[in-house]
Design a protein around this ligand. Structure first.
Ligand SMILES: C[S@@+](CC[C@H](N)C(=O)[O-])C[C@H]1O[C@@H](n2cnc3c(N)ncnc32)[C@H](O)[C@@H]1O
Length: 427
């Protein structure tokens, strides 16, 4: 019976994400059936939900020929159990008889899904023997159609397809060392691989159980997320504003340079995470924390350097949060460019003439990256300082004609997509 319960828990996670528009992390905290899972069942429930979300659009295309009416018309529990069944059969290698019997048993033991058990049985029996429609679905069908159009408009067909492909791989964990000089020794100790001279890649797992967590020798940060601070070129003693700081991955990098850092964020709750992170890594001495909206705050003196890691659609992190493709809408995304341009203009006014500002967003969409910077640079207060191929290192393939960097997938390792622009205050 525990196998059936795990399938029910996985389906409940899918309902909480897809139907109730929560992130998978939030779903895992609110789902009662998932919270009752323990040990291997809990891990399996999470794996089924995660695999289904990672390839959701392709799974739906793979199921469609076995349905007499569209999947959208099924009840949420029936739809979720079908997706969980397909994820087991086509992605997790679960034996066909277990896929059918345990998923149908999950429906029979779940009042909301009981009436669909015959339908599930009929569809899953066909699906376990025929994955051809799933295999034939385009790689980009991992996203809803509107998002595929957005991605292709910004990146072109080839890069958008590579990004969709990258999403199908379970991501590893990337760690940033507190002391960059220790990166090789730390990687050897953790059995990890050094990426781009900045980060260490280790298999995903319980973060707090990894050697050096308690002593604060590293923090979790995607290798692409570590680039903006490197490109800011901070020197010890300089004044640096980290203007959208929480949860603080980049604040720790800035503090580790020996600069005087002000970390500002509008969310007092999220700033608690910054404080915890700085305390764990013992990097709190040179950081002042400010809870304020960027629009309402003025620094005492203009800063030498500014990092603006602006709020964005986060569509560059879908490999770690694939549900983002389904819980966001094009309307949600349309509001960001105006906010980003407003924050960038305000940040520019806080920089000393000749000072450097790095603007970054974890999204590949040009309208949140290139277009925002183009709009603000037209005011002539800021000018671009193009990023060189040497600085871009493994990511040089993502340098744009304007000298911005979009960290597109490379053949070396998986990573998030950031748009990064480096700017200098002219007047
Ligand atoms: C992309 S996250 C920053 C991630 C962070 N830099 C890091 O590396 O861990 C964006 C942050 O901007 C903050 N934010 C959004 N609008 C803001 C505003 N108007 N003023 C200040 N902070 C804002 C959000 O609370 C959120 O924590």
């Amino acid at each position: 019976m525990s196998g059936a319960k795990a399938r029910q828990a996985a389906a409940d996670l899918l309902i909480e994400t897809f139907d109730n528009r929560r992130t998978l992390d939030e779903a895992m905290t609110v789902s009662e059936s998932y919270s009752r899972m323990q040990g291997a069942d809990r891990g399996f429930a999470r794996a089924m939900a995660s695999a289904a979300l990672r390839q959701l659009g392709r799974i739906d295309k793979g199921l469609a020929p076995f349905l007499s009416r569209p999947l959208e018309t099924a009840t949420p529990p029936a739809r979720a159990l079908l997706r969980v069944g397909a994820a087991q059969a086509w992605l997790l290698g679960t034996p066909p008889h277990a896929v059918v019997s345990e998923t149908v048993a999950a429906a029979k033991g779940w009042a909301r899904a009981r009436s669909a058990s015959g339908f599930l049985n009929a569809v899953l029996r066909k699906a376990v023997n025929d994955r051809s429609h799933f295999d034939k679905a385009p790689v980009t069908a991992v996203w809803p159609d509107w998002l595929t159009v957005e991605m292709m408009t910004s990146l072109g067909i080839e890069a958008a397809t590579a990004l969709a492909e990258a999403q199908s791989v379970e991501p590893e964990l990337h760690l940033t060392p507190k002391d960059p000089d220790e990166i090789e020794a730390l990687a050897a100790r953790l059995g990890g691989k050094v990426l781009s001279g900045m980060s260490i890649s280790v298999p995903a797992g319980d973060v707090a159980a990894i050697d050096g967590y308690e002593s604060g020798e590293w923090w979790v940060q995607d290798v692409a997320a570590a680039l903006p601070v490197h490109l800011l070129g901070v020197r010890p003693g300089e004044t640096v504003l980290d203007l959208c700081a929480a949860p603080g991955g980049k604040t720790m990098q800035l503090a580790a340079t020996g600069a005087q850092v002000t970390a500002l964020d509008r969310s007092a709750t999220r700033l608690e995470r910054v404080q915890e992170n700085l305390a764990r890594t013992k990097l709190d001495a040179n950081v002042e924390i400010v809870a304020a909206k960027l629009e309402d705050w003025t620094p005492p003196v203009p800063a030498d350097r500014i990092l603006l890691d602006a709020p964005c659609s986060a569509l560059g992190t879908l490999r770690r949060h694939p549900e983002g493709a389904w819980i966001k809408s094009s309307d949600d995304i349309a509001r960001f460019p105006e906010v980003q341009a407003r924050l960038l203009r305000k940040a520019a006014g806080m920089l000393r003439p000749g000072g450097t500002l790095v603007y970054c967003v974890c999204t590949p969409l040009s309208r949140e990256g290139r277009d925002v910077v183009n709009e603000v640079v037209a005011d002539r207060q800021l000018k671009r300082v193009p990023i060189s191929p040497e600085e871009a290192n493994d990511f040089a393939g993502g340098l744009t004609p304007e000298g911005d960097l979009v960290t597109l997938p490379n053949a070396l390792y998986g990573h998030d997509v950031f748009h990064i622009s480096r700017l200098e205050r002219v007047v």
